[in-house]
Design a protein around this ligand. Structure first.
Ligand code: AMP
Length: 538
């Protein structure tokens, strides 16, 4: 028997229409050097229509790629709606890529138009002569576009066209947005989201057992809009009626502490390295005010336990850890403690990567592919499947990344019988000492709990006796000191003896990837080159 339910397509234009109808007055606030620029959801919707008509007039049609090279701001949000709603595909470019990688992904995606913030023109100019498919560049901001030759001004362009665009109907499975993985090994790979996957992912972000985004929220969006669609928050905002605060290039600890005090967000999304900076800036500032915040969402890398504890103890703020990947849209798990957990025991759950979100399935498999028990102790690779998990990569075959219809995440860890994931490593970062695994994530977590340590990364280095041993790279807090021996003695109280690193080095800062995570590949290379000043303890 077939059901008689209606079959309305899940399209991004429905998210836009819903937001502008119910929450027309809700705000998009863009932080600039001269203050805060405000627009309502309704105004953004009108301007998205104008942009769509303009793009259509430039010859953009169904399935064509329109790229953005932008900070988090109102105009970027307009492109987030205009491009997919008109049937084209939005390609968000990572502004921190090396020129070769940037040219590679623009050419691979065959972008036809790029919308760029004026302040980023010098970065784009470096590849302008290597991207033949790009026909038009639209500049947002003051028109100082001479560097690029033929360019259009965003404001002038959209001013020429009326609003009131009839968004076309289309298949909910058609492409809407694409994003390339940060590509720490090999070429970056493209992940193509559909209208349906974005719709369902947005809905999942509003459920109370995940992040529970709602009309009561105002979200400070630190995570860049080129990193997995800013974790889907721009779309969730219109579905839920949540104000957005767009920080543009003001992404350092001090301005973020100021934005939180003055613009009073209830939630904020960012990678843990940012929250670490914000914590230290808040401690130093004397007038930090987190009273509006119900949660700081940290994901993209392990959130150190001490960071969660410090925000709780010093500022009475919950850090909510999430786990996900570019391939998973990204929401896969969120670490909300189970109902009834006493406040003083919540940390045991908050320190885990997350609890599986309704809509996706997660399992752990052994090296030979057998599925392991979710008993909290069996260690293996996480695999995931669901309606917002990618089933392939754009234009490349990568059968090794899939297993019986599940995505192989490349993350290693355990899953317990309540659905909480604990990540011990990326498969490429594991340290195998004498045949046994040492978790670099756990070591980093432990050493970052030392009061003199600002941040730390642990990588595997080759060792004659044990094949591999951990090397701990440490950045000390300004004005603090600690010797390698002192840090090792401290670690000895936290982890088993055979995990304790013999090799240590102190750096002024750790290398970071284009999305702000510790770049372990660079650390390993520096070690092999002999560039690091390594102290070896007996
Ligand atoms: P990306 O596609 O750049 O967002 O990277 C995804 C990867 O980030 C995952 O495969 C994990 O290795 C890592 N990651 C994301 N969230 C967490 C987390 N909460 N704990 C540990 N690693 C994480």
């Amino acid at each position: 028997m077939r059901s008689t339910m209606q079959d309305a397509p899940l399209l991004i234009n429905r998210i836009l229409r819903h937001g502008e109808f119910l929450y027309a007055h809700k705000k998009v606030l863009t932080v600039t050097s001269d203050g805060v620029r405000e627009a309502t959801f309704a105004q953004v919707a009108r301007r998205s229509e104008q942009l769509a008509v303009a793009l259509a007039d430039l010859g953009i049609g169904e399935g064509d790629r329109v790229a953005t090279f932008m900070w988090n701001n109102q105009e970027h949000l307009e492109a987030y709606f205009a491009v997919p709603c008109m049937g084209a595909v939005l390609h968000t470019l990572n502004i921190r890529l090396f020129p070769e990688q940037l040219a590679f992904i623009i050419n691979h995606a065959q972008d036809q138009v790029i919308i760029v913030d004026d302040t980023l023109i010098p970065l784009l100019a470096r590849v302008r002569d290597q991207i033949p498919t790009v026909r038009h560049i639209i500049v947002n901001g003051i028109d100082e576009a001479k560097l690029l030759g033929e360019t259009l001004s965003y404001e002038d362009l959209i001013a020429r066209y009326p609003s009131g665009y009839e968004w076309p109907e289309m298949d909910e499975r058609s492409a809407s947005v694409m994003c390339y993985t940060s590509g720490t090994t090999g070429d970056p790979k493209g992940v193509v989201y559909s209208h349906r996957s974005i719709w369902l992912h947005s809905l999942a972000s509003t459920t109370a057992n995940s992040i529970g985004l709602s009309e009561k929220d105002r979200c400070l969006l630190i995570v860049p809009m080129f990193h997995v669609n800013a974790w889907g928050a721009p779309y969730s905002a219109y579905l839920a009626g949540m104000d957005l605060v767009m920080p543009q290039m003001f992404l350092q600890g001090d301005p973020i502490v100021r934005m939180i005090r003055e613009l009073r967000p209830t939630v904020s999304l960012g990678v843990p390295t940012i929250w670490n900076e914000v914590l230290h800036a808040a401690e130093a500032s004397g007038d930090a005010d987190f009273s509006s915040v119900r949660g700081l969402l940290g994901g993209g890398a392990a959130v150190p336990r001490h960071l969660i504890e410090a925000f709780r103890d010093e500022f009475n703020v919950d850090v909510i850890q999430g786990w996900g990947m570019t391939e998973t849209s990204p929401l896969g798990a969120v670490s909300i403690p189970p109902a009834g957990t006493p406040r003083d025991q919540e940390i045991e759950f908050r320190a885990k990567a997350g609890r599986i979100v309704a809509g996706v399935e997660v399992r752990v498999t052994a090296e030979d592919g057998t599925v392991l028990d979710h008993d909290g102790t069996s260690v293996g690779e996480f695999e995931i499947r669901g309606p917002w998990i990618t089933g392939s990569y754009y234009g490349v075959d990568a059968p090794e990344r899939f297993h019986d219809g599940w995505l192989r995440t490349g993350d290693v860890g355990t899953l317990d019988n309540l659905g909480y994931m604990v990540i011990s490593d990326r498969t490429k970062d594991v340290i195998k000492s004498g045949g046994e695994w040492i978790s670099s994530v756990e070591l980093e977590n432990a050493v970052m709990g030392h009061p003199a340590v600002f941040e730390a990364a642990v990588v595997a280095v080759s060792d004659e006796k044990w094949q591999e041993r951990p090397l701990c790279c440490v950045v000390l807090r300004p004005g603090k000191s600690a010797s390698a021996q002192e840090l090792r003695d401290y670690l000895a109280t936290k982890v088993v003896k055979w995990w304790l690193p013999e090799r240590w080095c102190f750096l002024d800062s750790l290398p970071k990837t284009s999305v702000g995570k510790f770049d372990k590949k660079v650390l390993r290379a520096l070690y092999v080159e002999g560039t690091l000043d390594v102290i070896t303890l007996g």
